[in-house]
Each structure stands twice: as C-alpha cells, then as structure tokens.
Ligand binder design. Structure first.
Ligand code: HEC
Length: 152
C-alpha cells in the first residue's frame, strides 16, 4: 500500500469514527415502558451474553454494580451496600423489570441514586466528554440482564 492510500485509509477511519460517535450519541434504540415497571422487549433483539454481563457488572467504568450492590462475585473484594444484595435478583425480577431498572431506574423510583445506564438526556452538569453518551450500549444492557437472570 502506498503512503497516499494509507493516508486516505487513516482519514476514512477517523471520519467514520466521528460519524459513528455522533450517531450513537444522538440516537438511542426506541423502547416501550409497560405499566411503569417493565421494558418487556429486548433493546437489540439479540440475546444477552451472561458471561460478558458479569464482566460488565464488575467493570468500574461500565456497570460498576459492585459500587452499590453485593453480588455473588467472590473474587472482587469490595462490595457496596447502598443498594440491595443482588444474589437472587434473577428470581425476584422479570427480564423486563430488570431492563427498565438498568435503562432508567428513576422511572421506578424518582429518588434513586442508581444511575440510568441507557439514557443520554435530562442530565445536569454533564462533563463534555460524556455529553450525549450513555454509560452502557444497548447490547451491554442486554448482557447484564442475562447475567442478573442467572442469579437465583
Ligand atoms: C450508585 C449506586 C448504584 C449503582 C452503581 C447500581 N445500583 Fe442498582 N440500585 C441502587 C439502589 C440504591 C437500589 C435500591 C432501590 C432504589 O434506589 O430504587 C438499586 C436497585 C437495584 C435493583 C432492584 C433490586 C431491589 O431489590 O430493589 C436491581 C435489579 C439493580 N439495582 C441492579 C443493578 C445493576 C445490575 C447494576 C450495575 C449495572 C446496578 N444496579 C448499579 C444503587 C445502585
């Protein structure tokens, strides 16, 4: 590949990254809340991957569920106790109820401190680099649901 082609490829990649970033920021998957308690339909139509979901729940920059919840994840030393213990949460909640909790917990409890993981509007004082972004992608939400559903 000549230097010119390389440069063109580099520019192409940079451009498509920027465009994808904006598209992802502006457009969330549309979803429907039923009975103010549940989003019954998958955000992506693809089944979640429980193994990835577990990793996302631990990841401090993603789910970070352990900051507030105890979970059956013994290899991680510090578990929060601001939220409920999620052991057994897969039996207590339907998939749709978990989905709404993760997408926008404030619909269930307006006073909650649990972050809305799939929301990009209505926040105050958002850091520039997070503007228009969600904490989790739609598929990451589905992966975490799949994981929490295994906690019975
Ligand atoms: C900043 C703290 C915080 C983080 C981070 C957090 N939660 Fe929560 N969560 C809470 C609190 C507090 C509640 C209790 C109910 C409420 O406030 O509405 C809760 C409630 C829940 C519930 C309902 C359980 C019940 O017994 O009522 C589920 C399920 C849940 N969280 C899952 C998660 C998952 C999965 C993650 C990670 C992706 C997560 N939470 C991250 C604070 C948090």
């Amino acid at each position: 590949m000549g230097i010119r082609t390389l440069a063109a490829v580099a520019v192409g990649v940079a451009l498509s990254l920027a465009v994808n970033g904006d598209a992802a920021a502006a457009k969330l998957v549309k979803y429907k809340i039923v009975d103010e308690t549940s989003i019954p339909k998958s955000l992506t139509g693809k089944p979640g991957d429980a193994k990835k979901g577990r990793a996302l729940a631990i990841n401090r920059k993603k789910g970070n569920c352990l900051a507030c919840h105890a979970m059956p994840i013994p290899e991680q030393p510090f578990h929060g106790n601001i939220g409920t213990d999620l052991s057994g949460a897969g039996g207590r909640y339907s998939e749709g109820e978990l989905r709404l909790r993760l997408v926008d917990s404030k619909v269930v409890n307006p006073d909650t401190i649990m972050p809305a993981f799939y929301k990009n509007t209505g926040f105050h004082r958002v850091l520039k680099k997070f503007k228009g972004k969600t904490i989790l992608s739609a598929q990451e939400v589905e992966d975490i649901i799949a994981y929490v559903k295994t906690l019975k």
